[in-house]
Design a protein around this ligand. Structure first.
Ligand SMILES: C[S@@+](CC[C@H](N)C(=O)[O-])C[C@H]1O[C@@H](n2cnc3c(N)ncnc32)[C@H](O)[C@@H]1O
Length: 362
């Protein structure tokens, strides 16, 4: 039996592997399967022929090895039409809306989820030109695989036969999506917590089986980023295990008692604040020039142009320092950017504005 002092996994944790992993992916070691993570590390030590201390040095200098270890540590399981429900829901949503729909799949792993979204939209009766899906994943290897779009036959096992025949062409042991389907899905390598330049806003976002591996801070940051990418009326789909109370800070289930699809709501606030939020005198959104410029900032943010969006918002706050909504928005974005002190400053400022307004009304 290895003791914690000689176990390479523990030695690497002692050297800072936990922080290394969190900074690159947002994953928390506490949320992972320790045996699988330990085996992944052992396998890389064996492949490189290095002991834990030398391997640690190598990780700091060799970006390729860093990516290989990351890929080995993170869970990549996925399937076409995984859990069915969200895709059926997306089809129903698109059939009701009857217009172009843009969907983000993050993380998309090898493209199975992104392709399933495009199929779900096509099944709703949308023309191919009305469908736009973006898939993002942290793993370079998986994004490459998604772009190649070549899947072993058995990967399509969960797909009902008519859909398989309609949307894939199989030869030998492999199947490929048909050309119009492939053309509606694009892939990017990116980290959810370091927002990639995606071309949002999106009518639906699939972010399934990722937040469960984050700690509370990163989940909050991720949700604020996802919220910024959603178009008005947009829907967020999460995995089964991803519906803790932390979610309720910014989202509510689309239908009561269903944990399948979520829509943004104002964060829960203490009772005093909640009473104030129902006050019709409190502005919901600025109108006129300020409203248009806020929309412009939100569009930039949704495209992943976070610093431009924040600059624009900062300029707006300079012009309208008493606008609660602008201050709240800056607090949310600063929080998503990991700037906790900055976020706190804006929240306090917003709270002062709200109180002053309340006193005036009284
Ligand atoms: C379990 S798979 C989920 C795939 C798909 N959403 C599903 O539910 O079938 C998790 C994926 O998250 C990716 N990933 C991990 N951390 C990420 C991050 N911070 N940003 C984007 N993708 C990430 C991994 O590379 C892996 O492919």
């Amino acid at each position: 039996m290895t003791s914690p002092l000689t176990d390479p996994w523990h030695v690497l944790l002692g050297l800072g592997l936990e922080r290394w992993l969190r900074e690159r992916s947002g994953w928390s070691v506490a949320a992972m399967n320790e045996d699988a993570a330990r085996a992944a590390v052992q396998q890389r030590l064996k492949a490189t022929g290095l002991g834990p201390a030398d391997y640690w040095l190598r990780l700091q200098q060799d970006v390729d090895e860093a990516q290989v270890l990351l890929d080995a540590l993170l869970v990549h399981d996925t399937r076409f039409f995984r859990d069915r429900g969200p895709f059926l829901h997306l089809t129903a949503l698109a059939a009701r809306r009857r217009r172009s729909m843009r969907v983000l799949s993050i993380p998309c792993a090898g493209g199975e989820e992104a392709l399933s979204c495009a199929i779900a939209l096509h099944q709703a009766g949308l023309a191919w030109e009305q469908i736009g899906v973006t898939g993002v994943d942290l793993s370079e290897a998986l994004v490459e695989r998604a772009r190649r779009g070549r899947y072993p036959r058995r990967a399509l096992d969960d797909l009902p036969l008519p859909l398989r025949e309609l949307y894939f062409r199989c030869r030998g042991m492999y199947c490929e999506p048909i050309a119009p389907l492939r053309a509606r899905v694009r892939y990017l390598r990116g980290n959810l917590l370091d927002p990639p330049p995606v071309d949002g806003p999106f009518d639906a976002i699939f972010c399934r089986n990722l937040l469960v591996y984050f700690d509370a801070d990163n989940r909050r940051r991720a949700l604020a980023i996802l919220r910024g990418w959603l178009a008005p009326g947009g829907v967020l789909y999460l995995g089964h295990a991803e519906n803790g109370p932390w979610l309720e800070e910014g989202f509510r289930p689309l239908r009561p008692r269903t944990a399948l699809a979520w829509v943004p709501c104002e964060p829960r606030m203490p009772a005093r604040r909640r009473r104030a939020r129902r006050d019709p005198a409190l502005p919901r959104r600025p109108r006129g020039t300020a409203g248009r410029r806020l929309q412009q900032a939100e569009r930039l943010y949704a495209q992943g142009r976070v610093s431009e969006a924040m600059d624009l918002l900062r300029g707006l706050i300079y012009l309208y320092p008493q606008h609660w909504h602008l201050l709240q928005r800056m607090a949310v974005w600063a929080e998503a950017a990991g700037e906790a002190n900055y976020a706190r400053r804006y929240r306090r400022w917003a709270e002062r504005v709200r109180r002053r307004r309340e006193d005036k009304e009284a």
